[in-house]
Structure formats: C-alpha cells, structure tokens
Design a protein around this ligand. Structure first.
Ligand code: C2O
Ligand code: CU
Length: 566
C-alpha cells in the first residue's frame, strides 16, 4: 500500500477522492447545547457545553465521509450556530455555520442539522460562530484521517488531541457589552490558559482581589476538577521511545500562544490539514484558528513526568496572575520576540508532492489595510476603512435572492493609498460600518496582502490570525513594515508555499496569500480573535452564488427571510 501511495503522489487528490468514495460512511451526532456550571480552572463559571462537555467531543471521520450533526439549541435565552473550522463546505455553503453570513442563528428551543462532506484529511476544529459565544466554551476538535489504505508520510505509535484556549472569569455578555460601549471597555488578558479544557487558577490571588475569582464564581482549590490534568500518560516518559502525534489546535479568543513540552523537541509535520516539510521546534507558536500536528518522541528520563505548557506571546501578559503548579513550569519565550515568531512562520514549506503548487499569477489583488478606528465614538477595526457588520439577513440569502436592500451595493475598496499611508500613524476618521461584500469572479485567482498598522490608542501593533472560510490559501510570504507591490512582489514564494486556512499577520508586518475563488457561496474572511471580529475585523466574499441550487429553508427565518416561501 505504501508503494502505491508513493507511485501516485503526483495525482494525490484525484486518486484519494476516488478511493474515499468507495467506502465513505455517514456519521450521525446529536448535540444538546446547554449552559452548565463549570470550573475548568477551579473558578465556577457558566459555560456553553455540548452534551454537558466543554470542550465538546472530538469528532472523527475519514476523508470523503459525511458528517450529520443535529444541534438542539437548549440555551433558553441565546441563539447559536456552529462553524466547522477548516472544512471547505464544497457544495454545501449553507452548512458553514456562520450566523449572519451563511445562516440565520438557531433560536432557543430549535434544532438545526448540519450535513457536509469532509473532503480532506487533517486536523480541524469546530466552534460557535454567533456573536462572541465561542468565548463561553462552545468548541472542540474534528479529526479527519486518510481513507483506509492510504499511508501518511510519517510514522507514529499513538495520537492525542490538544485543544488550546484562553479563559475569562467575566461572562461573555460583560465582555461583549464592554467592547460595544462608549467608553470602550476592553476584555483584558485572560485569567487562565486551558489545555483540553483544563487549567489551574491560583485561588489565593482571587481571594486577594476580593474573592469570586476576579469576576467569576467561587474559586475552589480543593475541588475535584482543580488539579493539573495528565495530558499524555504515554508521552513523554511512561513509554520510552514511543512517538506520539499531537494534533494541536488553538481556539483562543485573544491570545497568541507558544506551546512546548519540557525537555523535548517537537517535529511539525502538518499545518491546517496539509503536510509540511518536517521542522523541529522547541516552542511551537500557535495562533487562534491554526492547527498543527507534531511528533514527540519520549526519549527522556522515563522516571519523571514533564510539563506541557502554553504561554502567551505577542501581548504583554504580565498582568495575568501566575499559576500555581506543584513544581515550576519552564518559562516560555519572551512575549515580544516577534522576530523568532516570524522566522518560524517562514520556516514552514509544503512537503513536496503533497500540496498543489499555486497558479503562477493572480487575476485580482486585494491590498487590505488593518486599522483600529473610532467610528461614532465606538472603537472598531476596519479593513480599507470598512468595518464589518453581521446583518439580520444572512449575506448568503440576501445575495442569492437579490435582496438588495439588505447589503450595501458598493463593494469595499480593493486597495488603499499604499504609497502614502504611514503604518505607524494610520489614517483615521474615514472609516465606516457597512454591510458590504467583495464579489469575486468564480474560478478567479485572488491575492490578498494583509497590512498591519499601529493602534493609535496605545501605539502598539498586534498579531492578527486571519482565517478564510470555504477555501484554503497558499501562504506566499510574510514581511516587515509596509508592503510595496513593486519591491516585495518578487519576494513572494510561489514555488513551494504551504496551504493553510489561517495565517498570522505579525505586528507591523504584512502577510500575502493566494487562493482560488472556486467554491460557490458567501464566505467570511476575518481575524480569528473573538473581540476583534466582534469589533468589525473581517470582510465577506461572494463567488458564484448564481450557480447554487435553491437554498435550504432551514437556514432562513430571520431578517428579510422571515415568512418568505422560497
Ligand atoms: Cu474558526 Cu470564522 O472561524
Ligand atoms: Cu485581530
């Protein structure tokens, strides 16, 4: 079988799809979404759970399989919608789970069924995509294996999933209201970082700050949930010489992380569902929305255990209370060492034979300037002066049905004054909140260059992990300072770039990606930080909606789609 794989490496996609079709199965899941009292970090808080769990269950399927997930919204007072992060939803754009873009939210008491094919193997995730609901814990991992008989280009003895999150004691409502208020109240740094839904908050700190876990419920240091979880009983230490594959995903709401295992290196072999040329790292930088597979070999003293830790990078976390471990965990890299993070981003290239090379040139180039602006007194993020708004009528329905009053007919600008704009004092005052979308020619090749700037309010530039729905893109490169189409164009890597669905825009830098607009539907492209997209940091793409068949009635029922019989 292995030999067969190598022989067909050049036509990986076609061969595998055919192989997968033969044995494709359908997996059914039924989820009850409820609020529950949880203490993931020893502090009691309301969390949104799936069948009582947060994070929810890991979904497993093989390439080509169909997933059918029936979601009962039992939240009583709150809508929901669930996005399948990294699944392209080819032929099923209405199952993307993005409230306001691809569907009406699922109302309390109602049921919605997501049905879609997982067309590529890889490590993916799912999470709430309604308001800032992801912050409350509605998330989990989705693992798609190679179809039976297909070998992977690396070997390991066992595998684990590692879901990284950050966690606040303040409710998601308090956070969202603060962001939308005048004066603006930021969510602040998280109280805890969670690995597979667990962390340990130092209860003595919450007592010092007046108890109640700094905005949450009781902090119970002796509760059964308040212990450091053993993540990898077999790795490292307990099974010497064994190699484990860790499927790592980040669904942090704000934090960029460094993940590491004390005393061990990790070999990165997959990013966002694509194999990369193996890269050995001590610290893996993981941005919200990204997934990686790393191989770890238990080659250290087996008589002791080792820390697996996540640390905040890119934002100064010093106000975050230290954790209370039994022995001190190793320190992470310096939070503001942007250079080594950019270097690691640049170190990933495609594993030859496993990633289709990009088309030689784009049909259209979007230069996207990221700025924080004040709009009518509100603090917002804008892209080329347009701050995203999620309308009551989902863009998909509005565009397919020509409901012209439901979105702005003027598309947002393709570019900005890249010659004259200063990224250390970006233009202010011109931004507006608009319901607008880029209309892309179906099948066209689109380049996007994201340009970072300084936030005028604090004179800093942050990391923004940008995530594209409905497609994967080639990562053409990262650069420092202002992108200059003439000088920087030639520096782009069109030879062996990785494909991903999420990419970091580093502080004061630019990031260039290329994708093919070949998936009829309406798709969100946004910063994966929950507070940033809530403040408007995203754009919407439409391509080929006219080609779509009649939209399912189940996605309607809100805005102008109310009571319409389509
Ligand atoms: Cu993982 Cu639009 O998000
Ligand atoms: Cu952002």
């Amino acid at each position: 079988m292995r030999r067969w794989w190598l022989a067909v490496a050049a036509c990986v996609c076609a061969c595998l799809c055919a192989a997968a079709e033969a044995k494709a199965t359908t997996h059914h899941h039924t989820w009850n979404v409820t609020y529950q009292h949880r203490s993931p970090d020893c502090v009691t808080k309301l969390a949104v759970t799936i069948n009582g769990e947060s994070p929810g269950p890991t979904i497993r399927a093989a390439q080509g399989d169909t997933l059918v997930v029936t979601v009962h919204n039992m939240l009583e007072t709150e809508n929901t919608a669930i996005h399948w992060h990294g699944i392209r939803q080819i032929g099923s754009p209405w199952a993307d789970g993005t409230a306001g873009v691809t569907q009406c939210p699922i109302l309390p008491g109602e049921t919605f069924t997501y049905r879609f094919v997982v067309d590529r193997p890889g490590t993916y995730m799912y999470h709430a995509h309604y308001g800032m609901q992801r912050v409350a814990g509605l998330d989990g991992m989705l693992v798609v294996s190679e179809p039976d008989g297909a070998a992977e280009p690396f070997a390991y003895d066992e595998e684990r999933t590692v879901l990284l999150m950050d966690w606040w004691h303040k409710s998601v409502y308090e956070q969202a209201v603060g962001l939308a208020s005048i004066p603006f109240a930021f969510v602040g740094e998280p109280q805890s970082l969670l690995i597979n839904g667990r962390g340990v908050y130092n209860c003595s700190l919450s007592a010092a700050s007046g108890g109640a876990g700094a905005g949450g419920g009781a902090c119970n240091a002796s509760g059964p949930e308040c212990v450091w979880p053993t993540l990898f009983t077999a790795v490292p230490g307990k099974s010497p010489g064994k190699t484990s594959r860790l499927r790592i995903g980040s669904l942090t709401s704000l934090s960029s992380l460094s993940f590491g295992i004390e005393g061990h290196t990790m070999t990165v072999v997959e990013a966002d569902g694509y194999y990369v040329k193996p890269v050995v790292v001590k610290n893996l930088f993981v941005y919200s929305g990204e997934t990686y597979s790393v191989l770890v070999t238990a080659d250290q003293d087996p008589s002791r255990s080792y820390w697996a830790t996540s640390h905040i990078v890119s934002r100064d976390p010093t106000r975050r209370p230290p954790r209370a471990p039994p022995t001190p965990p190793p320190a992470g890299p310096a939070w503001n060492d942007t250079r080594s993070r950019v270097a690691q981003s640049n170190s990933f290239v495609a594993l030859p034979g496993h990633v289709e090379p990009p088309p030689a040139r784009p049909d259209r180039v979007l230069l996207l300037l990221n700025t924080q602006d004040k709009i009518d007194g509100h603090t917002k993020w804008a892209i080329n002066g347009v701050s995203l708004q999620f309308p009551a009528t989902p863009y998909l329905v509005a565009m397919k049905h020509g409901l012209r009053s439901e979105f702005d007919q003027r598309p947002p600008p393709d570019s900005y004054d890249h010659k004259n704009v200063s990224i250390s004092s970006p233009p202010q005052a011109a931004a507006t909140v608009r319901r607008a979308a880029y209309r892309l020619a179906l099948g066209s090749v689109v380049d996007m260059v994201l340009q970072n700037t300084v936030i005028p309010a604090n004179n800093r530039s942050e990391t923004h992990p940008w995530h594209l729905h409905g497609h994967d893109f080639w990562v053409l490169g990262y650069g420092d300072g202002k992108f200059d189409p003439e000088a920087d164009g030639w520096r782009l890597n069109a030879r062996d770039p990785v494909m991903k669905n999420t990419v970091a825009l580093h502080p004061m830098g630019w990031t260039a990606v290329r994708f093919r607009a070949n998936n009829p539907g309406v798709w969100l492209f946004h910063c994966h930080l929950e507070s940033h997209v809530y403040m408007g940091m995203g754009v919407v793409f439409e391509e080929g909606v006219d080609m779509l068949p009649r939209l399912p009635a189940a996605i309607m029922g809100c805005g102008r789609t109310k009571g319409h019989h389509y």
